[in-house]
Design a protein around this ligand. Sequence first.
Ligand code: FAD
Length: 185
Amino acid sequence: MSNETLATYMKVPHVFPFNYKTGYNIYNSVDSEFFNKTSVSLYSPSMVNPKHAPEGKSSLMLQTIVPYHWMNNWGGGDKTQYQQLKQKAMEAMIESTSSLIPGLKECIEFKDAATPLTYERFTQNTDGASSAWSWNPNKKFYKNTMSVNVGTQVKNLYIGSCWAMQIGGVPGALAAAYQCVKKIK
Ligand SMILES: Cc1cc2nc3c(=O)[nH]c(=O)nc-3n(C[C@H](O)[C@H](O)[C@H](O)COP(=O)(O)OP(=O)(O)OC[C@H]3O[C@@H](n4cnc5c(N)ncnc54)[C@H](O)[C@@H]3O)c2cc1C
């Protein structure tokens, strides 16, 4: 699909539809149909920069937040089961996005999927948390989820990364780095 065609369905590069289905529960890690019930966000890097896709084509990332340790942590260590679950999750997300972008499935020339285990491998964050600490409101490390906490119990040791904020992310990392600079300059 060309960037122009994709742009007729997505007016902006990042789109968050809220179309959760009945039975959706982010804390239900044994619901094998979770990916048919969740809402999927869309992000097209090639709409920001056409070089993020081969010439004349587009790129599209589908994302959703998944339950903690879905399906026995993605197959309980069995590689075949892991591949099957990954495939099932990917196809369900493509299927649900096809209701927003008709013909999406037929247009795909290359597809790949990443799971929390993938993020765990790349970031070494527990359970593949994308932005440092857990986002579960019942699992607070810092009292205030939005505060920046660069200090540690070790003198002159500061946290200049997303780990200084409960919800982490790029804004958390930037805010922490800024606070660190102010402390050490
Ligand atoms: C899939 C995914 C999607 C995300 N989406 C968003 C989003 O939409 N918005 C948002 O705000 N955040 C998002 N995040 C989170 C965001 O990317 C991180 O919170 C942020 O990049 C953390 O910045 P940081 O500087 O703390 O750490 P990092 O960006 O992880 O930087 C740490 C660096 O240190 C290097 N390093 C590690 N160990 C060593 C060592 N021993 N020696 C030398 N170097 C080392 C690493 O290679 C890395 O380059 C996402 C994360 C993921 C995984």
